[in-house]
Design a binder for this molecule. Sequence first.
Ligand code: GRF
Length: 197
Amino acid sequence: MTMTNAGQKTRLAVFASGNGSNFEALAQACADGRLNAEIVLLVCDKPGAYVCERAGRFGIETFAFRPKEYASKAEYERRIVGLLDDKGVELVCLAGYMRILSDVMLEAYRDRIVNIHPSLLPAFKGAHAIRDAFDYGVKVYGVTIHYVNGELDGGRIVDQRAIYYDGDDIDELEAKIHAVEHVLYVDTVARLIGSRG
Ligand code: GRF
C-alpha cells in the first residue's frame, strides 16, 4: 500500500453498521497516540446504530445513511467516495460493516480497504462466523484482517491471530475473540500505515 503524507497522521475512515467496539478500539488508539492516525469519518449504513454514539463521544464526524434512500449501491457509494476524497482518506477500515462493496468503492480505494473478521479465514465466512465455528466444534478460533474485494470476506490476508478454546460457553468465547480483535486491528493498522511509501 502506498500512502503519501509521510510524517503526518494518516487519515482513516471506518465503516460500521452496529455496535462499534472495533471502531472504538481504533478511535481510542488514535486518541492515545498509539496510532499515528486520525479517524476523519465514520460511515454507517444504519442511522441510530450504537457506533454513531461512540463516534459522537470521540467528536468524530459521521455520515449515516439509509441505503434504501438511494437508487442503487453505486449511487450511495459514489456519495461516500466523494466524502472520502474530500477528507483525503488514505485507508478505509471496515469494522462490522454488513455490506459487500461494489466496484465504485473498490476501484476508488483499491488496495486501501481492509476488513476484520472473527474467524481464521478462509474458514467460516459470513455474519455468524463465531456461532458457526462453535457449532462445528472448532478448537482453534481466530481473527483475520484482510484486504477487501467484491466477495464476502474475500481478499488477501494481512494478518491473523489464533485463539485456542475448548469450553462450552459461547459468550465467553465471543468475549475472548473480540478482545483479540481490538488488539489485532490496532496493531495491523499501525503496521500498514507505518509501511506507507
Ligand atoms: C466483529 O466481530 C468483526 O470482526 C465483524 O463484525 C463484528 C463487529 O463488532 N466483522 P463491533 O461492531 O466492532 O463491536
